[in-house]
Write a protein that binds this ligand. Sequence first.
Ligand code: GRG
Length: 283
Amino acid sequence: MNLADKFDAYLKANLPKASSFHPHYEKALGVMLLAGGKHFRAQLVLGVVNALTPELVDAAMPVALGVEMIHTYSLIHDDLPAMDNADFRRGTPTLHKSYDEVTAILVGDALNTNAFLLISQAKLDPVVRCECVSELARGAGVGGMVLGQAIDCYFENTKLSLSELEFLHIHKTACLIAASLKIGAIIAGASLSEQDKIYNIGIRLGLVFQIADDILDATSSSEVAGKPVGHDDSKNSFTNLLGIDGAKVAKAKHLELIQDEIKELPFNIAQMIKNLISKYLKD
Ligand code: GRG
């Protein structure tokens, strides 16, 4: 079984449990996790572990699931009426549509905290677990993804400059992607300088990921994307600032730099990143 399928099976077998007399809370916890998604961030964690220490892949599964839980919580909250007010995600009605806003807020809260519980219980060295918790909290939290989201929401109707736009998306999207790679490196026992190199490449990979998502948003249908698309000309996206062609040029430029930068990484990691780029980020 390849890593992505192995992760998918692990996720399905390890959905959050909270049995009670609440009519739908426990089921709602799993709806967006089960709705699909590429599991890009989990594949980054597991891809690095598999490249350097394949014997630790099983022990890294709960960490990868924790990272996907954080990502899924962020999508659930991003779709709320106070933020994007979206009806669909991953081809499925959003939780505030299928249940209600309270359920969507609380499921997001529950996935966010459960991520750290899973990591704390992983069968890994306690120092490694603690470093994974720090890295995930840094990437997702106060000065990472939440900062990016705060800027995105606050400046929703204000056109930002290119450097401000990059700052926004480095934080909103790239910090978690970079943290995923670094967490894999931490589990695999990579040196601090190797962790830094991998992290920096992750930030650029995250920017490419965001630009690709903006291009998809501007050019595809909601059926293909599984979520509402192309509905907002005022949002701070790379396609709105640079145009579709300009965004494609920026994406190609960053991809070229990544191809150069990954030459400094161990061959197996470089290969894994190349494979994910070919699968998800090529035109
Ligand atoms: C609510 C604190 C908070 C943050 C939300 C990630 C995010 C921050 C908002 C999502 C907005 C968005 C569409 C960003 C573009 C890039 C992106 C993160 C797309 C969704 O991630 P994928 O493509 O989704 O990995 P799947 O469904 O495949 O997991």
